[in-house]
Design a protein around this ligand. Structure first.
Ligand code: NAP
Ligand code: MG
Length: 405
């Protein structure tokens, strides 16, 4: 069989533990036999990040800005235990955090939906993609425990010497401790870039956009988010019309009620705290971490695809001891198909897109046919499901792929 030529390189970011083992197998069994592809390889395993003083993470992010498409394996974010385990020079920051800030990107989490793995919410038939604004608000706030009577004021002191603006937040009286207070902020630049990434993603995926705040209560802060999204919607009106999609603004309460009755298929853009909470709700509602994909998109349309889960350490320990594992490889396979399909779209090579679609179909057919890793057994409606190990699942996908091509 002749391989399909992929015109432009894809940046490959390798990772750690169980996902690294699965990663190599995906490449060898499902990608390289079919695609003639230049992978610009960066080893983001924790040891190699340590050896390069984390240089490799920066390089991989800049390579993504250059080539436009990356696929990333899950990586260890070191904590104290990991520093000891690997004898690291220091507690390197989260690679995802580094890549996100270099790319100025927004993370979109999208579940893979299957007919025999129903969502917890009956109405949900199509994936709901969540976008969380990952900057500012309570995540960068300042808080004070007010432990005696006194007054709290909020002051903005302009750098140009014009008079300060002060508001009294509250005057506390009574016994100690008498309460709490906080101040938070966001920037137009960050909100705009979030909005741009959301519209870029939704137009690319041809899905409607929802955005929501509590602007009835927060008439300046939340209203700013509403207004900047509305501005971006105006700028993108023509592109949205040609993609056949709409933008809807809701009060957050209304959106939460609506989403329970809605079949899904939309992008749900959320402020930082809302996205933190609702992304976990949506992920749990769709079933398994092994079925949740994640893509980082920047405002200029550069994409980095990955699985939403971590390196599955517990399974890796079993694998190291030579014991059987049944780790779900679906989200990692979909990271590859997402990147390959995007590459094909950007390059204008429909045969590359078609290959990615065939691989996704092979995965879906395998599971809908009743063969799945054991994390899905408790969720499936299949009458006689077959729970298999990590490798037998991938063999089944490979066999199905051979039929699809
Ligand atoms: P995790 O790797 O997501 O795994 C947590 C548990 O969820 C697993 O033990 C397993 O449960 C289940 N699970 C997750 N993915 C699965 C899959 N594909 N198939 C089957 N079961 C799956 O989270 P963690 O154990 O908290 O973190 C491990 C490492 O990953 C940490 O070092 C962390 O820093 C890193 N991490 C990386 C990323 C990333 O790179 N994007 C994200 C999160 C965490 P059972 O054991 O019950 O089967
Ligand atoms: Mg959360």
């Amino acid at each position: 069989m002749t391989k399909i030529r992929v015109k432009t390189p894809i940046v490959e970011m390798d990772g750690d533990e169980m996902t690294r083992v699965i990663w190599a197998r995906i490449k060898d069994q499902l990608i390289l036999p079919y695609l003639d592809i230049d992978l610009e390889y960066y080893d983001l395993s924790v040891m190699h990040r340590d050896e390069t003083d984390d240089r490799v993470t920066f390089d991989s992010a800049h390579a993504t800005l250059r080539h436009g498409v990356a696929v990333k394996c899950a990586t260890i974010t070191p904590n104290d235990d990991r520093v000891t385990e690997f004898g690291l020079k220091r507690q390197w920051p989260s690679p995802n955090g580094t890549i996100r800030s270099i790319m100025d990107g927004t993370v979109f989490r999208k579940p893979i939906t299957l007919t025999n793995i129903p969502a917890a919410v009956k109405a949900w038939k199509r994936p709901i993609t969540i976008a969380r604004h990952a900057f500012g608000d309570i995540y960068r706030d300042k808080e004070i425990l007010v432990d005696r009577p006194g007054s709290v004021e909020l002051t903005f002191r302009p750098a140009d010497g014009s008079p300060p603006v002060t508001q009294v937040v509250n005057t506390f009286s009574g016994g100690a401790p008498t309460g709490v207070t906080m101040a938070m902020f966001n920037t137009d630049a960050s909100i705009r870039s979030f909005a741009q990434a959301c519209f870029t993603y939704a137009i690319g995926e041809r899905c409607d956009i929802w955005f929501n705040t509590k602007d009835t209560i927060s008439k300046t802060y939340h209203a700013r988010f509403r207004d900047l999204f509305a501005e971006e919607a105006k700028v993108r009106a023509d592109a949205m019309a040609s993609a056949g999609i709409t933008y809807s603004y809701f009060l957050i309460d209304d959106a939460v009620a609506q989403v329970m009755k809605n079949p899904g298929g939309h992008l749900w853009a959320c402020m930082n705290y809302d996205g933190d909470v609702l992304s976990d709700m949506v992920a749990a509602g769709f079933g398994s971490l092994g079925l949740m994909t994640s893509v980082l998109v920047n405002p200029d349309g550069k994409y980095e695809y990955e699985a939403a889960h971590g390196t599955v350490t517990r399974h890796f320990r079993r694998h190291e001891r030579g014991e059987e594992t049944s780790t779900n490889s679906v989200a990692s396979i979909f990271a590859w198909t997402g990147a390959v399909a995007r590459r094909g779209l950007l390059d204008g090579t429909p045969d590359v897109v078609a290959f990615a679609q065939a691989l996704e179909k092979s995965v879906i057919d395998t599971i809908e046919g009743g063969t799945m890793t054991r994390d899905l057994l408790a969720l499936t409606t299949s009458p006689d499901p077959k729970g298999v190990d990590t490798w037998a699942f991938m063999d089944a996908v490979a066999a199905s792929l051979a039929d699809h091509l």
